[in-house]
Write a protein that binds this ligand. Structure first.
Ligand SMILES: NC(=O)c1ccc[n+]([C@@H]2O[C@H](COP(=O)([O-])OP(=O)(O)OC[C@H]3O[C@@H](n4cnc5c(N)ncnc54)[C@H](O)[C@@H]3O)[C@@H](O)[C@H]2O)c1
Ligand SMILES: [Zn+2]
Ligand SMILES: [Zn+2]
Length: 379
C-alpha cells in the first residue's frame, strides 16, 4: 500500500439544495500498487472543473466516497504487469474516458463514447473494475478513471497519453478537460469553418476554450455570453469580439450581431435556458452544440417543425468528440506555436490542501481555471 493525501468527497448533495461543502476534505488515504494494465502516477497538476462540483451537488449522480479530479497531468512513477507503452519518468496527460479500443464506438473512431469506459466511469471504478484508493473503512470510488486530486493516483493505461518532454507539464493539465472539451467541441464536433459566426454561452474554463477554438478555426465573429461580467476581459483577451451578459433581448441582440443568426452556438454553461437561447440564436441551417452537463432531469422545449423547416442541427459533444492520440499532439503543437495560451487560462494557482475552498469559489464564480500544483514541474 502507498500512502498519499487526496481530496475525498464523502457526501453528495441533492439538486436544488445547498452543496454539502463540509463533506469534501483533503485526507490521508491509501493506494494499492498498479495492477495489470494500470499505471501509478505522480500527479503534477490538476484543475477544478464544474463537473467535479456537479458530483458534489448531485447533478452528476456518482457513488461516494469518491476521490475527485479529472483534468490533470503527471509523471509515471511505476507500471503494472503488462504495461509496455509507458515507463517510469514519462510525462503524461490523463484523459477522462478510458478507451477499451474494442467496443463499437472505439471501432468507429469515437473513443469518447467507449462503452466499457463510460460504464466504469459511472460505477466509479477503473476500466478493470478495480478501485485502488482506500481508507480504514474500505475502498473509495474513482472519479472518471483518474481521481487526480491526490499526490499519487493509479489509472488504467487506457486513460493516458504520453506528452513530450519539452512542454510545461503543469499547464498541460488544462488539456485534460477544458481544452479537449471546449476546443474539441468546435473543431471535432461542429467542425466550425473559417468566416462563420460563433456564439459561446458560459465563459468558464470550458467556454473559454471554445472561444479559443473558434478563433483557431477561423471564425469571423465570436460572441461570448455570460451573466457574470467579471469573465468578459479574459474572454476578449482569448478571442471573443464581444461579451454580452444576457437579458430579455439577448436572442434578438445575438441574431442582429450575427447578421440574422449565428452559424454555430455552443452551450457551455450547463443551464437549460442557455441551451434554449443558443438554439434560438442560430440562423436557418445553423448548428447548436451542447457541451454543458445540465441537471439530468432538465428538459428543453423545442419545435420539431422549426427544426425540420429550418434544417437546424442540435448536437451533443462529450469530451469534445476527442481522439486523444490524434488530438493531444495537435494541441501540443499549438501550445508550442503560442497559439494555445494555456497560462492565460489559469485564474488561480493553489495547493492540494486548498481544493475544498477552491470548490466553494468555483460555485460562486471564478475567472479562469483553478490550477492545483500538486507535485509541480518536479513531479
Ligand atoms: N461535455 C463534456 O464533455 C464536458 C466536459 C467538462 C465539463 N462539462 C460541463 O461544461 C459546463 C462548463 O464547465 P466549466 O468548468 O467551464 O464551468 P464553470 O462553472 O467554470 O463555468 C460556467 C459558466 O456559465 C456561466 N453561466 C451561468 N448561467 C449562464 C447563462 N444562463 N448563460 C450563459 N452563461 C451562464 C457561469 O457564470 C460560468 O461562468 C459544466 O456544465 C460542466 O459540467 C462538460
Ligand atoms: Zn471536466
Ligand atoms: Zn471502447
Amino acid at each position: 500500500m502507498i500512502e498519499t493525501r487526496a481530496a475525498v468527497l464523502r457526501r453528495a448533495g441533492t439538486p436544488g439544495e445547498p452543496p454539502p461543502f463540509d463533506g469534501f476534505a483533503v485526507e490521508d488515504v491509501l493506494l494499492s500498487e498498479p495492477g495489470p494494465g494500470e499505471v501509478l502516477i505522480d500527479v503534477a497538476a490538476a484543475c477544478l472543473c464544474h463537473s467535479d462540483l456537479s458530483v458534489m451537488t448531485g447533478h452528476r449522480p456518482r457513488p461516494v466516497p469518491m476521490v475527485l479530479g479529472h483534468e490533470a497531468s503527471g509523471r509515471v512513477a511505476a507500471v503494472g504487469p503488462g504495461v509496455t507503452r509507458f515507463r517510469p519518468g514519462d510525462p503524461v496527460l490523463m484523459t477522462y474516458v478510458p478507451r477499451c479500443g474494442r467496443c463499437r464506438p472505439c471501432a468507429e473512431g469515437r473513443p469518447a463514447l467507449c462503452e466499457p469506459g463510460n460504464a466504469a466511469n459511472v460505477a466509479g471504478t477503473l476500466l478493470t473494475g478495480r478501485r485502488p484508493f482506500r481508507d480504514g473503512d474500505g475502498e473509495l470510488h474513482q472519479h472518471l478513471g483518474l481521481s487526480a486530486f491526490s499526490h499519487r493516483t493509479v489509472v488504467s493505461e487506457a486513460s493516458l497519453v504520453r506528452l513530450p518532454d519539452d512542454v510545461p507539464l503543469v499547464e498541460c493539465a488544462l488539456l485534460g478537460c477544458a481544452v479537449v472539451t471546449g476546443v474539441g467541441a468546435v473543431v471535432n464536433t461542429a467542425r466550425v469553418e473559417p468566416g462563420t459566426s460563433v456564439v459561446v454561452f458560459g465563459l468558464g474554463g470550458v467556454g473559454l476554450c471554445a472561444v479559443m477554438g473558434a478563433r483557431l478555426a477561423g471564425a469571423a465573429t465570436v460572441i461570448g455570453v455570460d451573466p457574470d461580467l467579471r469573465k468578459a476581459d479574459l474572454a476578449r483577451e482569448l478571442g471573443a469580439d464581444e461579451v454580452l451578459p444576457g437579458g430579455p433581448d439577448l436572442v434578438e441582440e445575438l441574431r442582429e450581431r450575427t447578421g440574422g443568426g449565428a452559424d454555430y452556438a455552443f452551450e457551455a454553461a450547463g443551464v437549460p435556458v442557455a441551451f434554449e437561447q443558443a438554439y434560438a440564436a442560430t440562423r436557418r441551417g445553423g448548428t447548436t452544440v451542447g457541451i454543458g452537463l445540465a441537471d439530468p432531469a432538465a428538459r428543453v422545449p423545442f419545435s420539431p417543425a422549426d427544426l425540420v423547416a429550418t434544417e437546424r442541427v442540435v448536437r451533443g459533444s462529450y469530451m469534445g468528440s476527442t481522439i486523444p492520440e490524434r488530438d493531444i499532439p495537435r494541441y501540443v503543437e499549438l501550445l508550442r506555436a503560442g497559439r494555445l495560451p494555456l497560462q492565460r487560462l489559469v485564474g488561480e494557482r493553489l495547493t492540494l490542501e486548498e481544493v475544498p475552498g477552491a470548490m466553494r469559489r468555483l460555485h460562486d464564480g471564478v475567472v479562469g481555471r483553478q490550477l492545483i500544483e500538486i507535485g509541480g514541474a518536479a513531479a
